[in-house]
Design a protein around this ligand. Structure first.
Ligand code: IVH
Length: 667
């Protein structure tokens, strides 16, 4: 098999496994085997840039940056649906239809997915463009981001029409949402309020490589393909399933044919409670006329079709007493008020507490202690307070006074402009923040230290054995053995875990340090750029901002971190351990671009922009984000921004083409 044949074989194999895993939910190989095949494909594709294919499974990792999403006109309007909330309204809907259509009408009932509406256009079976709903007539082109979603095919299977548009919903699974929020807390970012917000926030991100890492999924349920000649909605769904789309299936009871109000009601009832067990959120049911001809006869109003309607479930609500508010202090010092409630049964579980998020939420509902509050379970795992029963406000109710000092260490709280939360600024002396920093340091994505967990950190901290992560490396077997419940084996395990952490690469060490706003991705960027902690510490704020994709907020946070005397001590102590405080340079290819500051701009024929950036680094060059007098050259592709071009010309910075660059590094 030639390398070209191998590439094409791997592309087909990986697309098939991707489909089995994400669409059919029935993988036939292990994740490890999949990753190995993907790695092989990526390295072969790198060797053969001339065989670039925008629909290769390797493209799923993203990398394309979109600064401004282009506005695109929808060929057919993306309509919304009329909402109903009762059995009677559903019956009215059916009767209205029966009045104008004489023959029996067949309906299709579907789940109403609570995500972000999307329209995807395929040309000759290749994903061409993905557009958000926008105002219904025009939306944003978010193709690069949508291509990273594994359940959306880049290439269709079987017998598809040359041109086709398919619409549906992109959403985040509940599990994925929970994990994402945990990671965000770890990295010091605000959490997303619910899965829908996190899906829509993610789809609007500029860096598709980050989108690729977010757990987005899809259901596609609306086909526009006049060429295909379907006569019903059901037929179109069956065809879309064959083309490889993730289409709601009857076998899961996600769709069902119904002939009358009773059958529709039975579908609605069947999901009333079961919807809470789904791995994603739905906010109702959609009822559609199945037959296309009947749909056309019924037509549409200004906003929505007359042949379809949504039924919205009422969120289950209960009333209970607000007993008190406690305040939790997170790893970053963020304060979260928590309502303590009189225990009450809601959607099958007893609820005692509800998150109040921040001071604004308390003010919004004008909450009093002893109030009767309404609780609802939304997408969040934790129920939320949605209102107050003012008619039942008791005489002994009193207004909640938001705390002014940290409940853990007494330090006066601060609230920065634009932040929803209050913070305890005593980063280094506030116990939950101290422990949180250590927990972050040892976590899986950071130093991944075996044998250590939140509980052990708590024990060591309370026994004064550790105050910060540098202290971990001074732990002695003898002192640990004296702790209750620590045997030789577990102690050895911890010490071995610490020793093994010395092999963790520098970018992860940098992430582990717990600098605010330096999450995994930013840590990688900084580590790649500066190559060592010393170099990073020597950087000025302006220099940091010049680094590709590092902005003011991150730069300020990095500078602040290293300026703090306590952190200086901490770093000095980390230097005495064996952890990696600089990059291993094994990936270097040449020093042909040694020290050259290069700006990459535009779209390239044979490379993704990120691959070019990597090549620049591997050949000793430095990627910078904007053109300045210090820039050595701009590597320009098609459609480079006119302002960048003008600036480069004004400053006399040379412009290098893709072909010239390839020659330059001798590829
Ligand atoms: S059909 C013309 N089916 O709900 C018919 N919509 O309020 C258009 N949605 O914009 C939509 N699940 O984002 C349809 N099974 C489903 C749906 C669904 C969720 C969303 C969709 C649409 C909105 C309408």
């Amino acid at each position: 098999m030639t390398e070209q044949e191998r590439i094409s074989f791997l592309r087909q194999e990986l697309a098939k496994h991707n489909y089995n895993y994400y669409v059919k939910d029935a993988p036939t190989i292990s994740d490890f085997e999949f990753d190995k095949l993907l790695e092989e494909l990526i390295s072969l594709e790198k060797k053969h840039p001339e065989l670039f294919d925008a629909s290769s499974p390797s493209q799923r990792v993203g990398g394309e940056i979109t600064k401004d999403f282009t506005t695109v006109q929808h060929k057919t309007r993306m309509m919304s649906l009329g909402n109903t909330y009762s059995k009677e309204e559903i019956e009215d809907f059916i009767n209205r239809i029966k009045k104008s259509i004489e023959t029996p009408v067949e309906f299709i009932c579907e789940l109403k997915y609570d995500g972000v509406a999307i329209s995807i256009i395929y040309k000759n079976g290749i994903l061409h463009q993905a557009i958000t709903r926008g105002d219904g007539t025009q939306g944003d082109d978010i193709t690069a981001n949508v291509k990273t979603i594994r359940s959306i095919p880049l290439k269709l299977q079987g017998d598809f029409p040359d041109e086709l548009e398919i619409r549906g919903e992109i959403f985040m699974t509940l599990d994925g949402f929970k994990k994402l929020n945990e990671d965000r807390v770890e990295a010091g970012f605000e959490t997303f309020a619910n899965p829908r917000n996190s899906a829509s926030g993610t789809l609007k991100m500029q860096d598709s490589a980050i989108v690729a890492k977010r757990p987005l999924d899809s259901f596609l349920y609306f086909v526009i393909a006049p060429e295909a000649g379907f006569s019903s909605h059901q037929q179109s769904l069956e065809a879309a399933t064959k083309w490889g789309f993730k289409v709601p299936q009857a076998k899961n009871n996600f769709v069902r044919l119904a002939r009358d109000a009773d059958e529709i009601q039975a579908f609605i009832d069947s999901w009333e409670h079961k919807r809470h067990d789904l791995p994603f959120e739905i906010d109702g049911i959609v009822i559609k006329v199945n037959d296309y001809k009947t749909q056309r006869l019924l037509g549409e109003t200004a906003k929505s079709p007359r042949w379809a309607i949504a039924y919205k479930y009422k969120a289950e609500q209960v009333q209970t007493k607000l007993l008190s508010v406690s305040y939790q202090v997170g790893r970053t010092g963020a304060i979260t008020p928590v309502a303590n409630l009189q225990p009450v049964l809601l959607a099958g579980t007893t609820v005692k507490r509800a998150s109040l998020h921040n001071a604004d939420q308390i003010a919004l509902h004008d909450l009093y202690i002893n109030d009767q509050v309404y609780l609802e379970k939304g997408g969040e795992i934790i129920p939320k307070i949605v209102g107050v029963n003012l008619a039942e406000r008791p005489a002994d109710a009193f207004k909640i006074e938001y705390i002014t000092n940290c409940p853990e260490c007494g330090t006066p709280l601060v609230r920065e402009e634009g932040e929803a939360k209050h913070f305890c600024p005593n980063e280094l002396g506030c116990p939950p923040q101290q422990k949180g920093k250590i927990e972050h340091f040892i976590s899986r994505k950071a130093m991944n230290i075996d044998g250590l967990g939140a509980e052990t950190v708590e024990t060591f901290f309370s026994k004064n054995l550790i105050k910060n992560y540098a202290d971990l490396y001074n732990l002695k077997a003898e002192e640990l053995m004296q702790l209750e419940g620590f045997q030789e084996k577990s102690v050895q395990n911890i010490l071995a875990g610490l020793e093994a952490s010395e092999q963790i690469p520098f970018d992860r060490v940098l992430y582990a340090l717990g600098i605010r706003f330096v999450g995994e991705t930013v840590a990688k960027k900084l580590a790649r750029h500066y190559k060592s902690l010393d170099a990073l510490m020597a950087a000025t704020k302006d220099e940091l901002i010049e680094v590709d994709e590092i902005g003011e907020k991150i730069a300020t946070s990095v500078i602040q971190f290293f300026n703090q005397p306590e952190n200086k001590d901490l770093i000095a102590r980390m230097k005495t351990t064996g952890v990696q405080l600089e990059m291993q340079l094994e990936e270097a290819i040449s020093n042909k671009l040694e020290g050259k500051k290069i700006v990459v701009s535009g779209v390239f024929e044979n490379f993704e922009r990120n691959d070019l950036k990597k090549l620049i680094e591997q050949n000793g060059g430095i990627n910078v984000g904007s053109v300045s007098g210090k820039t050595d050259f701009v590597l320009a592709g098609e459609g480079m921004g006119p302002s960048k071009l003008a600036k480069a010309e004004k400053l006399g910075v040379s412009i290098v083409s893709e072909a010239e660059f390839v020659k330059m590094i001798g590829l």
